[in-house]
Write a protein that binds this ligand. Structure first.
Ligand code: SF4
Length: 1022
């Protein structure tokens, strides 16, 4: 028998050990006959677990293995939110393995119907990716914190004291000199307002001279990281009841401009996706199947399956990086575009398609949904609608109305008040009275200069020749034409699909609109093989219980700290400057009238007190210093460490993280296996669905009354102690007006689940009653007993059933009906977004474009980036990618993933490495205008020369990466978590706006892809 020592010896002799030096432990234990020198339990299966299901050898029937509990919840190792089947040891309560939930559409192409009994799914669990499997290590991270911590010493000094829950709640609620004994001279005399003191000021204005800023209670700010669905709604419930508008999730640090660009075209919607399985041709812009997208594993699977079909999918990846999903060769291609120039390539295609009349004219010429449907179309656009195009006209930029056109009143049943040039007689007509309209028109109607929306986009695209666009985007003009020709050669079965690489630039919004407009030219929406808005979700907010709204006499209102969804021109500041004859532009910091969830603006705005200061900041799963470009710099960190700037910072985290390490208190939070959340499925899967995440294990300590500590229990206890409405005894109204209590999170989340379960839905989506076997397999009897009073008795059987299956999904068979998709969007699709056209840039005072255009990436004040950082000095552009083995910031504890990829490295093109004499594996400095970081050079073929990249998620300084003290005990950091390079903190900041990275002022995305850099060899000192 081979033992550990002889195995290692053999490896060393054969040279195997050299290659597997970092992994010998894993490799050794893969040998099934051995376990650390002991004989394995089974000669074939080694020490593998027993299966979850047992087959009766005589009858062949399956039954559950009583050793295991199987619970069905939703992953959050990334934002794909795939359904999970979690295998838990019934004796120890420990999670043993994670599979995919076969009822969830992300995990199986042909997922099981919700009506199917659990036992029938035994032989076919769903899939999860490597990250999904590794989630066990997130939950059982040895660095998990399970009790509240309070800082000792100054913020960020790395010394923590475990405290009791009651002390946490009392101190942060009552405030006062709560840091008197902290040993920090800077906060010893600090008189903290606390939640009670701030709430007492709820009737006071934030600023009497600026009433639009709302209540003083807007000084409470909740900065949420990856918080979504009902968990975000819970946080908002507290914020609204408290009187603050400042509850945020992280969207602008991600790809907000994608959502805003989508909304430009599809009003009220933030995402479209291709029907991958039936598509003939897809352009994937800014990422590729198999890297981050919604949902990652599902898109990768659908794409692989579709490509493998005879005569199946062809696709092209447009991205500076060829990652693992961008396989080239048969049926797949790669266009390594210059970062930030996707809009130029898309506009070149638009120009060629329009010039060559390769667009779907029959579709585009229908001015209304009624006219479209009468001619067999499934959607319609505003292409033919007339827009006022006269700088001297007071309504310039608006759609022409019937009244302005001199056409009289609009018919009552009309969808909107718009005017077109009717195709039958070439005369102006109310859109509702035209079945077909002229697509291209520029002229006068009733003395007003107008153009169709289509003409505006044509003119915009024609601002450059194809050859000029080719130079801008670095893609050969012949290839651009080929791509445009191919895109328009598949009828409605071609789609233009985008993700983060397109939009995380100063011009991201315009890039995004251009890329998405390609879909309107072929008319692919709602068609099988085309584009979808998705099936939507089963809502959790209303129905049996009103879980979202709270009755309060001091509702939250006013301008948000981030100045999103608000116009600078409406502010008192603007009006006063105007009234005094001054130039109000630029604003002190940008305003974001078209954007939302402007996470990266919170810390700099709080420090600058613009438009107001912050009294209490809660970081929940938030790590701006690690994940927000440019924010992990010394100056901002020092400002946040100064208690006078933000007197109370409370973090909610599962570890002492890269940012939570600078808080005053840390509330222990549950990992994704310990949380609640209701969230909709993505459009990719085509059907309607809501996944339910619920605590399948619980690891944090309990409060005195038996609740596991987490952010929700914190907010409940604070609200009750302060007297905030919507929490406590009479908190949640049911449909008959009866008030129900909210004393623990399940009081709320179970009611949200009942809303999901009992909502009317498509046939086949009805939730059946739970069976005895499902209760047994999921171990739900104790759960039911614990929370019985939270629901009416008749609601429990279906609520337990939804928990036992991890959500409620519409059957797969509803995805398509012949050549049409099962779910349609019938609103007007916009070539021209009037709202955008009428909105001003708060820095320059100029209007945004209502359509799209090639816009050179620039600073907030309009300085082109080439002039900001001369390419001669800074020859590289940094981009980032989210590979399949990491998310942005929270998988540092997943050692199995680190064993696959121990170091991310800085990836450099072969040509660049050769020119600079850099060898693979050599250490290099990446230098930007804001600092430098050392990393391991990885020389690759699949990247555009002049571009360097790194996989996000490495190079931590918190999250167990460095030492800290806990109650006087030293906790040793782990170098595995420090390994790798992380460039986000030294990304480019805007020179004109304090502590703001480069930013897309239209769409709101922070910029990840436009930092210039140079590479320097590390000189060894001897
Ligand atoms: S793609 Fe992978 S990590 Fe992301 S939710 Fe799905 S299984 Fe989890």
């Amino acid at each position: 028998m081979i033992n550990r020592r002889s195995f290692l010896k053999a490896c060393a002799v054969s040279g195997v050990g050299a290659g597997f030096g970092g992994f010998y432990d894993t490799f050794y234990h893969l040998i099934p006959f051995n376990d650390r020198g002991r004989k394995a339990l089974h000669h074939v299966y080694g020490n593998a677990d027993s299966p979850e299901w047992l087959r009766d050898p005589t009858t062949g029937k399956l039954k559950p293995n009583p050793d295991w509990i199987l619970r069905h919840t939703v992953d959050q190792q990334c934002h794909s939110e795939c359904g999970l089947r979690v295998k838990i040891n019934r004796k120890t309560g420990r999670v043993q393995r994670i599979f995919g939930n076969p009822y969830h559409p992300n995990t199986l192409t042909d997922y099981d119907s919700i009506g199917k009994p659990l036992l029938t799914t035994a032989v076919r669990p769903g899939t999860v990716c490597a990250r999904g499997n590794a989630g066990i290590q997130t939950a059982y991270d040895p660095y998990r914190i399970t009790v509240p911590l309070k800082r000792r010493g100054p913020r960020g000094s790395g010394r923590w004291q475990p405290i009791r829950w009651e002390q946490l709640i009392k101190e942060v609620t009552d405030g006062g000199k709560i840091f008197a004994d902290s040993g920090d001279p800077a906060s010893q005399d600090l008189d903290v307002l606390g939640f009670k003191g701030l709430y007492a000021k709820r009737h006071e204005p934030m600023d009497p001279d600026s009433p639009e800023l709302g209540r003083r209670t807007n000084g409470y700010v909740f900065q949420g990281g990856r918080i979504i669905g009902s968990r975000l709604a819970f946080a908002r419930r507290f914020g609204n009841a408290f009187g603050s508008v400042n509850t945020y999730e992280h969207v602008n640090v991600c790809e907000l401009s994608h959502h805003v660009a989508t909304e430009h075209i599809y009003p009220g919607k933030h995402m479209t996706k291709p029907d991958i399985a039936e598509a003939e041709f897809i352009i994937f812009w800014g990422t590729q199947p198999g890297d981050a997208n919604f949902p990652m594993q599902t898109m990768a699977k659908y794409t692989a399956e579709a490509r493998a079909k005879p005569g199946g999918l062809k696709y092209v990846v447009v991205d500076p990086l060829l990652s693992r999903g961008g396989v080239i060769g048969d049926r797949a291609g790669w266009l390594p575009i210059k970062p930030g120039t996707d809009g130029a390539l898309a506009l070149a295609m638009i120009r060629w398609i329009i010039d060559k009349q390769r667009y779907n004219a029959g579709y585009i010429s229908r001015p209304t949904q009624v006219a479209a449907e009468a001619h067999g179309e499934l959607s319609h656009t505003d292409a033919t609608h007339l827009v006022i195009d006269d700088a001297s006209h007071p309504e310039n930029g608006r759609f022409l109305t019937a009244k302005l056109a001199g056409l009289g009143a609009v018919p009552k049943e009309a969808e909107f008040d718009r005017v077109v040039i009717d195709a039958a007689d070439a005369k102006p007509a109310v859109a509702a009275q035209s079945s077909q309209a002229v697509i291209e028109f520029s002229g006068e109607v009733n003395g007003i200069k107008v153009k169709t929306a289509f003409t505006r986009i044509h003119e915009s695209a024609s601002a450059h020749s194809i050859e000029e666009y080719a130079v801008i985007c670095g893609i050969d003009s012949a290839k651009i034409v080929d791509l445009a020709r191919e895109f328009t050669s598949h009828g409605r079965k071609a789609t233009s699909e985008m993700y983060r690489g397109v939009v995380k630039h100063p011009n991201g919004y315009y890039n995004g609109v251009a890329v998405l407009l390609l879909n309107l030219l072929v008319g692919n929406l709602n068609w099988t093989g085309g584009l979808t808005i998705g099936g939507g979700s089963f809502g959790y907010q209303k129905g049996r219980y009103e879980v979202a709204d709270i009755e309060t006499d001091t509702p939250a209102h006013g301008v948000k700290l981030s100045r999103e969804q608000a116009s600078y021109e409406d502010s008192s500041e603007y009006k006063v400057i105007k009234a005094n004859g001054g130039n109000p532009y630029p604003a002190r910091r940008p305003w974001f009238p078209l954007s939302f969830e402007m996470y990266t603006e919170l810390l700099p705005s709080a420090i600058q007190r613009y438009p107001y200061g912050v009294d209490i900041l809660v970081w929940h799963m938030a790590t701006p210093f690690y994940s927000a470009p440019g924010q992990g710099n010394d100056e901002l960190i020092e400002a946040v460490k100064e208690p006078k700037n933000i007197p109370l910072i409370i973090a909610s985290d599962i570890v002492v993280g890269d940012t939570s390490m600078y808080a005053d208190y840390i509330i222990p939070d549950g990992s994704f296996l310990e949380r609640w959340c209701h969230m909709g499925t993505t459009p990719t899967t085509l059907t309607k669905g809501t996944g339910i995440r619920w605590p399948v294990i619980e690891l944090t300590e309990k409060t005195a009354d038996g609740r596991h500590m987490c952010i929700e229990e914190f907010l409940i206890d604070v609200a009750k102690r302060v007297g905030v409405p919507g929490f406590g005894d009479r908190a949640i109204p049911d449909a008959k007006g009866r008030m129900w209590p909210l004393h623990r999170k399940e009081d709320w989340y179970l009611k949200a689940t009942a809303n999901v379960v009992f909502q009317p839905g498509p046939i086949g989506s009805e939730v059946p009653d739970v069976t005895a076997l499902e209760v047994q397999v999921n171990d739900l009897a104790g759960f039911h007993e614990s929370f019985k009073p939270a629901l009416k008795p008749e609601e429990w059987p279906k609520v337990l059933s939804a928990l036992a299956k991890g959500g409620r999904m519409e059957p797969r068979s509803h995805a398509r009906q012949g050549d049409k998709l099962g779910h349609s969007f019938t609103g007007t699709l916009h070539f021209y977004a009037e709202e955008v056209a009428l909105t001003r840039n708060s820095m320059t005072g100029t209007r945004f474009f209502g359509t799209t255009a090639w816009v050179e990436p620039a600073t907030a004040m309009g300085k082109p980036l080439d002039k900001l950082d001369d390419p001669t000095d800074w020859p590289f552009t940094i981009i980032t990618y989210k590979g399949a083995l990491q998310t942005h910031s929270r998988l540092a504890s997943n050692y199995v993933l680190r064993q696959i990829m121990p170091d991310n490295g800085i990836q450099v093109a072969v040509e660049d490495a050769r020119r600079l004499g850099i060898r693979d594996g050599e250490k290099v400095w990446v230098v930007t205008p804001h600092g430098k970081r050392k990393g391991t050079a990885r020389i690759i073929q699949g990247i555009r020369p002049g571009v360097i990249t790194f996989n996000v998620g490495y190079g931590h300084w918190g999250y167990g990466a460095t030492n800290y003290q806990l109650g006087g005990r030293r906790i040793e950091g782990d170098r595995v978590r420090r390994t790798g390079i992380h460039l986000t903190p030294i990304m480019r900041r805007d020179p004109d706006i304090g502590q703001m990275a480069l930013m897309d002022l239209t769409g709101g995305s922070i910029v990840f892809y436009n930092t210039r850099a140079r590479l320097e060899k590390v000189i060894a000192h001897v």
